[in-house]
Design a protein around this ligand. Structure first.
Ligand code: NCD
Ligand code: ZN
Ligand code: ZN
Length: 437
């Protein structure tokens, strides 16, 4: 029997390069045609007039928490949150309670993901002093290598410049090396325990210094590196300068560093605590002005139990969920004229697909996976605690009225979300095909 077909008609089809009215034909798991006036006898027809069709989002920075802290999140809850937010692929970070730092831990995590995930996924290997060279041996098994230069949630810390160099040197260029770039020594030196202002405890200088060091190490190692959650304009301009010198550095920015400031953090208490910290309003404005030089937007979805985040600043853990607010926040930026739709797709889908060398993802092109999101740009939604898929079921954006309602999601050709209702079984997400060596 031929694979089922779906014809999405009259959508505004948005890609990294264009935004045109047209049709998209899905057969089985793939896109088989895209253009104007398509016909497909026997296909399920979806009338998408007035709606935007985007390639499914790819979030390169997610903390699923399983194995380990399943009370915070697990593979099913995290990937349900992803699909609800129009994210069809996630890459999971290695800072679990027992970190993902050996071949066995990677295999174990891939096994857990295979049983629980509802969207597609990849996992990072965490760098330690004992696993230099392992990323090269794991090849297509991992989405990337992650190096923590400063302390954050979890036990991973590699605050040794020789180790940073050795990891960069031994990891093939095709495997991205993502860095949590806050310098540990600098964090210790500037820590101001009397301040209940996270931005004063972990000031921008620690991030800028770490980025500077990573660029120096990358240059010496003869490859690039990816700076996770850049929170200041200076980090982005350092990366831009390095690129001009031929060092293939890349960077990501998170929505919370664009939409929240250190002033909001003071009001949000525990819910405003995140590493790197929310920055001063002038810094946030400067970061917006650097967006043209940013490669990807990722959430740093870092769930902690609501009860933990309800604590005062000093006691609360750092990080919060972001998968369900990513697309609406980026739509807010579009509505405010800060971003074009094409740029949105480049930052959240095509950009990460290119950076992580995924096969068949991040484009609306025949032969690619039919990972698609249908959005009503006019409909707004109020972000409410208790109405989310993520386990903490709350976010610092609670109460925000955001545009860009997700109407439908297709994951590899299967319609998995209709009007906010998910119809998926755990274990139906698949590992993404990544470039092998
Ligand atoms: C992350 C977490 O909780 O895993 N927290 C955070 O504040 N961003 C760790 C990290 O990304 O640094
Ligand atoms: Zn980090
Ligand atoms: Zn993170």
């Amino acid at each position: 029997m031929a694979a089922p077909r779906t014809l999405i008609r009259n959508a505004q089809v948005v890609t990294a390069l264009s935004s045109e009215r047209g049709d998209v034909l899905i057969q089985g798991e793939r896109i088989v045609a895209a253009g104007a006036g398509l016909s497909a006898p026997g296909a399920t027809i979806v009338d998408a007039a007035g709606l935007l069709l985007l390639p499914g989002l790819i979030d390169a920075h997610v903390h699923v928490r399983e194995p380990g802290a399943v009370e915070k999140e697990d593979w099913t809850s995290a990937t349900r949150a992803a699909l609800a937010g129009g994210v069809t692929t996630i890459f999971d970070m290695p800072n679990n309670a027992t970190p993902t730092v050996t071949a066995e831990r990677v295999a174990e995590k891939l096994d857990i993901a295979a049983r629980g995930a509802v969207c597609d996924y990849g996992v990072y290997l965490g760098a330690t002093s004992k696993n230099v060279g392992l990323a090269a041996r794991l090849g297509g098994e991992i989405a990337g290598l992650k190096i923590y230069l400063g302390s954050t949630t979890g036990p991973l810390l590699t605050d040794d410049w020789r180790l940073l160099y050795d990891h960069l040197r031994s990891t093939p260029e095709v495997i991205p090396v993502a860095v949590h770039a806050e310098d540990e020594q600098c964090l210790r030196a500037f820590q101001d325990t009397s301040a209940s202002d996270h931005n004063r405890n972990r000031p921008p200088i620690c991030a800028e210094l770490a980025v500077h060091h990573v660029i120096t190490a990358a240059r010496a190692a003869g490859r690039g590196a990816h700076i996770a959650h850049a929170s200041t304009a200076r980090e982005v301009s350092l990366i831009q300068q390095a690129r001009q010198e031929g060092i293939p550095m890349t960077c990501e920015v998170c929505p919370h560093h664009l939409f929240l400031t250190s002033e909001d953090a003071l009001l949000l208490g525990g819910w405003g605590k995140v590493n790197p910290p929310l920055r001063e309003p002038g810094e946030v404005q400067a970061l917006w002005e650097q967006l043209a030089c940013v490669d990807i937007v990722a959430t740093d979805h870092a769930p902690h139990r609501s009860e933990e985040k309800d604590h005062a600043y000093e006691q609360a853990p750092s990080g919060f969920s972001g998968l369900e607010t990513l697309l609406p926040l980026m739509f807010l930026a579009v509505r405010e004229g800060r971003l074009s739709l094409q740029h949105l797709v480049r930052l959240t889908s095509t950009g990460p697909a290119n950076l992580f060398h995924t096969h068949r993802k991040g484009r609306i092109t025949p032969g690619y996976d039919a990972d698609l999101v249908l959005v009503d740009p006019a409909a707004t939604r109020v972000i409410r605690a208790g109405a989310l898929q993520t386990k903490p079921n709350d976010t610092p954006f609670r109460g925000w009225h955001l545009p860009g309602r997700v109407i439908a999601v297709w994951r590899r050709g299967e319609r998995v979300l209709t009007d906010g209702i998910l119809t998926v079984e755990p274990g139906t997400g698949k590992p993404v095909a990544l470039a092998t060596l």
